[in-house]
Design a protein around this ligand. Structure first.
Ligand code: NOJ
Length: 500
């Protein structure tokens, strides 16, 4: 549990919610609502050094520090989708999804990370083949440019997301991707979960490159560079490609819903602060041009008290504010779970950290159903609340749920719990759509199949299809949730018969 912060005090629930069985909403999803499934390159592809692919930070970390990963696993072979992509597209077809969200492995296309280092043609061909097959099968692609697998040379040579240089290098990679694949892609995501990239990659050490020696500083520099890189890619697409390719581009931001631990105004304020520190950190700049005021104030004040000469939260210039503002055509939301948040007095000044900057008490309700992931509790009503909060906070944007899913440990084929999770979260989403008039246009189940779950290796399984990782052929077997998801895709309805 490397990313469990010591300053997140998990307190015994004082304000427990009774667990109610939710009545499933019997309204049909609106016409045009799209359903999909998602994966990510490092988690499914394997073929880590095949056909000219370069090394990335996950290849590197899992090879040099295998003990960080459960069972010393890695993504060297994983689901072997590098060779089995035809099977995978057949699974997508069988499911009947409208779209498939997957990511490009930057180092499969540009082995050094840099354009000047040369384009790896077999890597490009791999993604072209996938796109061809998707097109043949009437499945729309949604491509994520960066799902955490930074080319290792960029980390070694320039310090990755801690260096301004990476902004231009990423922009060049993004332009290449639009150039190569954009004629067939209508949905682009620049970054998946900048919160995870920066907080876990550069503070808690819970994700590659697992740097944790400059807490309270590096993660904010990372966030700054990721936001500038996102804006650079957005503008390239907007100016050079969108006019002819007519697609949409944005970023995917993740958060739990933060439920106030009581009606007390201080708890309500602490819950809002939590959302601002997690979601607002990235959403506020792309919508309004700058970081949330609460982050600017709190990090600024603490930095002064800690003896820094300027805020640990970097500042955007006026020009940058203008350039970052509005860089979204929709908002991608990854949402899985909920936390209870209570007020706490500011943590005393000492070594900085982002959790001290936020200073809240975070807990769960022990009646919430658990999963195989320590952080994932089943709280369906959080879906409605977070969707409504995004609507209200960011001027009613188009929202796409870019990830939502449930983990179990054994690869159980009779996965009733996953079926219930999907049903209840989607039911809550229907309430957001119809009762709160939130403009949600799509939903993406994580994940198409069991895969490499980062530091948890293959121990936490999110797939609709199970994968046998001990068989060299990596056979895929449908779980019961495949039939359930398929039925939703056919009827656009969560119950046997929907009202129109
Ligand atoms: C978020 C990430 O985008 C994905 O890579 C991960 O596997 C899932 N959540 C589940 O933890």
């Amino acid at each position: 549990m490397a990313s469990l912060e010591i300053y997140y005090t998990f307190i015994v629930c004082l304000f427990c919610f009774s667990q109610t069985t939710l009545a499933v909403d019997n309204r049909k999803f609106p016409a045009g609502f799209k359903f999909g499934v998602a994966t990510a390159s490092y988690q499914i592809e394997g073929g880590w050094d095949e056909d000219g692919k370069g090394e990335n930070i996950w290849d590197h970390l899992t090879h040099v520090s295998p003990d960080l990963i459960n069972h010393q696993s890695n993504g060297d072979i994983s689901c072997d989708s590098y060779h089995k992509y035809k099977t995978d597209v057949a699974l997508l077809k069988e499911l009947g999804v409208d779209f498939y969200r997957f990511s490009l492995s930057w180092s499969r296309i540009l082995p050094t990370g840099y354009i000047d280092g040369g384009i790896n043609e077999p890597g490009v061909a791999y993604y072209e083949n996938i796109l061809d097959l998707l097109e043949e099968n009437g499945i729309e692609p949604m491509i994520t440019l960066y799902h955490w697998d930074l080319p290792q040379p960029l980390h070694e040579n320039v310090g990755g997301w801690l260096n301004e240089t990476t902004v231009d290098i990423f922009a060049n990679y993004a332009r290449l991707a639009f150039d190569l694949f954009g004629d067939r892609v209508k949905y682009w995501v620049t970054f998946n979960e900048p919160l995870s990239i920066c907080q876990q990659g550069y503070e808690t050490g819970g994700k590659a490159p697992a740097i944790s020696d400059n807490p309270g500083v590096d993660l904010y520099i990372c966030g700054h560079m990721v936001l500038k890189s996102h804006a650079a890619a957005y503008h390239i697409y907007d100016k050079e490609y969108k006019p002819k390719q007519k697609g949409k581009i944005s970023i995917v931001i993740n958060t739990n819903w933060a439920e106030p631990g009581s009606d007390d105004a201080k708890d309500v304020e602490a819950a809002e602060r939590t959302l601002q520190f997690r979601f607002g950190w990235f959403a506020n700049p792309i919508v309004h041009g700058n970081y949330p005021q609460v982050m600017i104030d709190r990090i600024g004040n603490r930095s002064v008290q800690e003896g820094f000469t300027q805020s640990r939260l970097p500042q955007f210039t006026d020009e940058e504010v203008e350039s970052i503002k509005g860089t979204y055509d929709y908002i991608g939301l990854n949402h899985y779970s909920t936390s209870l948040i209570k007020w706490r007095e500011d943590i005393e000044i000492g070594e900085p950290s982002s959790s001290k900057d936020m200073s809240v008490q975070e807990s769960i309700d022990f009646s919430w159903e658990t999963s195989a992931s320590y952080w994932l509790f089943v709280v369906p009503w959080g879906m409605r609340k977070i969707s409504k909060w995004v609507k209200d906070t960011y001027n009613n944007p188009e929202i796409i749920i870019t990830e939502n899913g449930y983990s179990d440990a054994g690869g159980i084929l009779d996965d009733d719990r996953r079926i219930n999770y999907i049903r209840e979260y989607l039911s809550s989403l229907l309430e957001a759509i119809y009762d709160d008039e939130v403009n949600v246009t799509g939903y993406t189940a994580w994940s198409l199949m069991d895969n490499f779950e980062w530091f948890r290796g293959y121990a936490e399984k999110f797939g609709l299809y199970s994968v046998n990782f001990t068989d060299p052929e990596r056979p895929r077997t449908p779980k019961a949730s495949v039939d359930y998801y398929k039925s939703i895709l056919t009827t656009r309805c969560l119950v046997e018969e929907c009202t129109e």
